[in-house]
Design a protein around this ligand. Structure first.
Ligand code: NAD
Length: 268
């Protein structure tokens, strides 16, 4: 028996990256999956690929910063499949530049996508979930940077810290309705969002501060000495979605020991 058979899942920001992988895995686990991107075409392309692989999926274009769009996204899921059992608030963005140079518009774009979008997803999905007697799961996408600072990422890190305490708050508020609410906090996974100079060498970029993204830097900073994989994210998301756990208001961290290590560079 597939773990998510008969369940309906909405995954925001699922035309690329971690969201796409999670949507594909949930379909493999038997869920009806509603994929999402701001563009209807991109959402539909991911859904089509899932159907081509034997899964069940539709794609819905919606901008998570707009509550009306999030309502439309979730109502389409409920109208098409009869319920929403799993909500993954994954859509995210970043603007990376020094604190002093961040503009008001850049700050707002990151906070509105990551934090406000997650709030709308919890609010709208939560309202539907409270209407059922079924166990439901909300999964919010945080990051290792939900619990720490680094140069150049003030809006992103503030948004992810906000997501973690939003997760705790929503978990408490929705607990009476059998809705469990948890966050995932991945370390570095190779996706478009964080890819830019990967593969380049630190030696070629003496101007880079210590946090920049050369492979060797990330590997040296990570106790397990390697990047995380999409498979690891999918495994953790499927574990939370299946609901065979007693967790709510938790942050499930998958970071190769990044947060546990906490200080300095690892010598190898
Ligand atoms: P990505 O850029 O491939 O995925 C982000 C997705 O969100 C994109 O498909 C984008 O189009 C979508 N999106 C952005 N704004 C949106 C909006 N307003 N409405 C709807 N969709 C929107 O990058 P990713 O790495 O797969 O990131 C997915 C999530 O994982 C993000 O929340 C990110 O912060 C988080 N995360 C990523 C890593 C990593 O190393 N890749 C680590 C920790 C956390």
């Amino acid at each position: 028996m597939k773990r998510l058979a008969g369940k309906t899942a909405v995954v925001t920001g699922s035309s690329t990256g971690l969201g796409q992988g999670i949507a594909e895995r949930f379909a493999e686990e038997g869920a009806n999956v509603v994929t999402n991107a701001r563009s209807t075409e991109r959402a539909a392309a991911t859904a089509e690929a899932i159907r081509d692989s034997g899964g069940e999926s539709i794609g819905v274009g919606a901008d998570v910063t707009r509550k009306a769009d999030v309502i439309e996204l979730i109502e389409t899921a409920v109208e098409t499949y009869g319920s929403i059992d799993i909500m993954v608030n994954n859509a995210g963005t970043t603007v990376e530049k020094p604190l002093i140079e961040q503009t008001p518009a850049e700050w707002r774009s990151v906070i509105e996508t990551n934090l406000t979008g997650t709030f709308f997803g919890c609010q709208v999905a939560g309202e539907h979930m409270l209407d059922t007697d079924d166990d439901c799961q909300i999964i919010n996408m945080s990051s290792i940077y939900g619990s720490g600072g680094v140069q150049g990422r003030a809006p992103y890190n503030a948004s992810k810290a906000g997501i973690e305490n939003l997760t705790r708050n929503v978990a408490v508020e929705l607990a009476d309705g059998s809705v469990q609410v948890n966050a995932l906090a991945p370390g570095y996974i190779r996706t478009r969002l964080a890819e830019a100079p990967w593969g380049e060498s630190i030696e070629d970029h003496p101007e880079w501060p210590y946090y920049e993204y050369a492979d060797e830097h990330i590997e040296n900073r990570t106790p397990l000495g390697r990047f995380g994989t999409h498979e690891a994210v999918n495994n953790c998301a499927a574990f939370l979605a299946a609901g065979e756990h007693y967790m709510t208001g938790e942050v499930l961290t998958l970071d190769g020991g990044w947060i546990a290590f906490g200080w300095g560079s690892k010598s190898r």
